[in-house]
Design a binder for this molecule. Structure first.
Ligand code: IMP
Ligand code: MG
Length: 173
């Protein structure tokens, strides 16, 4: 069951995505970007933000999973790696949410070994109070409390990803 009204409405989301995209466009002025979407959760945020970033870019995706239902297992499986080589490129990792930090730390360390010119991280949601490992975040959409959220790409058991807004999820008891 999805409870209450949206935590972030479509309008709220779009305004924040615009702000993040402007900041990214400013910061990368004169460079070329290699944007990496982390599937599956980031697909909607990724599609929205890249449309608004005014920097030449190439895109790629990495498909990982880290979650057993709503409890982080700490184990990250890379289902599909990047197709392109990132050596010498300005990589921007785009992720839906950071919780314990284990997923992003794993991906970041894996990609840093491939010698990108730079690697920055953009996350839409930050559940800061749940962090187990520190990961440097360059762009954050919203900080959220310790609640399980769905929609705008985020799932519960792979459902609700298509909701256009973010809602707090509570299981029926
Ligand atoms: P971390 O490794 O604990 O930082 O978890 C990150 C991953 O867990 C994200 O990429 C999401 O797939 C998933 N996740 C964490 N919190 C939520 C949530 O509230 N809703 C949906 N997915 C979540
Ligand atoms: Mg994810």
């Amino acid at each position: 069951m999805i409870t209450g009204k949206p935590l972030f409405t479509v309008e709220h989301i779009q305004n924040r995505v615009k702000e993040l995209a402007s900041k990214i466009s400013e910061d990368y002025e004169g460079k070329e970007l290699f944007s990496v979407g982390i599937l599956r959760g980031a697909f909607m945020f990724f599609a929205d933000i890249v449309k608004l970033i005014q920097i030449p870019m190439t895109i790629d995706f990495i498909n990982v999973s880290s979650y057993a239902k709503t409890a982080s297992t700490g184990e990250i499986t890379v289902h599909t790696d990047l197709r392109d080589d990132i050596a010498g490129k300005h990589v921007l990792l785009i992720e839906d949410i950071i919780d314990t930090g284990l997923t992003l730390r794993h991906i970041r360390e894996m990609l840093l070994k491939r010698d990108p010119a730079s690697l920055k991280i953009c996350v839409f949601l930050d559940k800061k109070s749940r962090r187990i490992v520190e990961v440097p975040l360059d762009y954050v959409g919203f900080e959220i409390p310790n609640e399980y959220v769905v929609g705008y790409g985020l799932d519960y058991e792979n459902k609700f990803r298509n909701l256009p807004y973010i809602a707090i999820f509570k299981k029926d008891t």
